[in-house]
Design a protein. Structure first.
Length: 369
């Protein structure tokens, strides 16, 4: 069976009728007490609040919240709290869109990007492939201040398309938001839809991810965890934290999605049921020695996956304090959503929290010897 058939059948099969309900076990099972106790100890140090989801392909074992919404909002967070996913957008949205398009035979991983985005021009850019973009080995720089340079979404994308390469394609790993913006145009060109509309129709709705979307509406505002204090002193709430995604109208492949831990649990369960997807989650060795899979990352030294995930695990992090790790051999997923940037992005303590949480979860699920 073609990947497209497997993927699309899986989307239908794991829709609302079969996806595990995103509800918190009450009370928390005793085996997860060390996980929750540790997260509580990090409230007002690493983040104001956090929601964690742990489960397997057919069940959610833990869905629990600690802490509060923000430095100026003492309300306790709940499993229904919505977080700005930041770069989790790259895998939950953009990579999944590419995977479905490859499965449908519409996208070739080893085709030049220029086949799909003719405006992607400049020296050596004819050598850049879709695989290069997905493995962050295109040679594009990591970032540039499009929110200052551009006046509209179209202008911002045009700047991304014409940004010169810093390295030869395939030679160097440089984690690039610009590459994800180019890939956004690939998806939009092939589907004839803006990325948010395509994902809503082909991923979020079929999977029953009712609290996942770009541009959250005003009636979600009371559920959204605030992010950073801006220069004028106001706290960003309900608007994408990433400045370049904001300039792109809030819709980009590199950032912009908002979601809940329960919705991401549904997504992780679906992936665990899609063995064909494992091709996307193995290391590509582009460039040689890189830990990157197609869109996803894999465990490496000092990884946010901790020290106890298996060699076939895959995951990703987001700048705002979000992360997801999935281990198909352990039939395990761990979703951790926080707003560690509230009130400032200078708080980097989440870097030590993520691996510790991952190790505690694996310990909790490992039978005693």
């Amino acid at each position: 069976m073609k990947l497209a058939a497997v993927v699309l059948a899986g989307v239908v099969a794991c829709g609302p009728a079969r996806a595990a309900p995103a509800r918190s076990p009450a009370p928390v099972e005793s085996r997860f007490e060390p996980v929750i106790s540790y997260l509580r100890s990090q409230v007002d140090s690493a983040f104001p609040g956090a929601v964690i989801a742990v489960g397997r392909h057919d069940s959610v074992l833990l869905l629990s919240a600690v802490g509060h919404y923000g430095i100026d909002d003492p309300r306790p967070v709940t499993p229904e709290t919505v977080y700005d996913l930041a770069s989790l957008t790259k895998v939950i949205g953009l990579t999944t869109a590419c995977m479905m398009l490859v499965g449908e035979g519409k996208l070739d991983l080893d085709a030049p990007v220029q086949r799909y985005v003719p405006a992607f021009r400049g020296p050596n850019k004819e050598r850049v492939t879709i695989r290069h973009l997905l493995t962050h080995s295109s040679g594009l720089p990591a970032w540039r201040p499009l929110y200052i340079e551009a006046t509209t979404r179209a202008v911002a994308l045009a700047i991304a398309d014409t940004t010169p390469l810093l390295r030869q394609p395939g030679d160097t790993f440089v984690y690039s938001d610009l590459g994800a913006m180019v890939l956004t145009q690939v998806v939009e060109g092939l589907t004839g839809q803006r990325l948010d509309a395509y994902l809503d129709a082909h991923e979020f709705k079929p999977l029953g991810m009712t609290s996942t979307r770009y541009l959250p509406p005003s009636d979600w505002r009371h559920r959204i965890a605030p992010t950073e204090r801006s220069q004028d002193g106001t706290i960003i709430l309900g608007t994408v934290h990433d400045e370049n995604a904001w300039k792109l109208g809030g819709v980009s492949g590199h950032a912009g999605l908002f979601s809940t831990a329960g919705d991401l649990a549904r997504f992780a369960q679906w992936l665990l049921g899609q063995r064909a997807y494992l091709e996307w989650t193995r290391r590509q060795n582009v460039p040689p020695g890189s830990s990157r899979a197609l869109g996803w990352d894999t465990p490496s030294e000092n990884s946010s996956a901790g020290t106890k995930m298996g060699p076939r695990a895959f995951g990703h992090t987001g700048f705002t304090g979000t992360s997801i790790w999935i281990d198909p051999d352990k039939d395990l997923f761990i979703v951790l959503l926080t707003n560690r940037v509230n009130p400032t992005r200078e708080n980097g303590r989440i870097a030590r929290v993520r691996p510790r949480v991952a190790d505690l979860v694996v310990d909790a699920l490992t039978p005693p010897q």
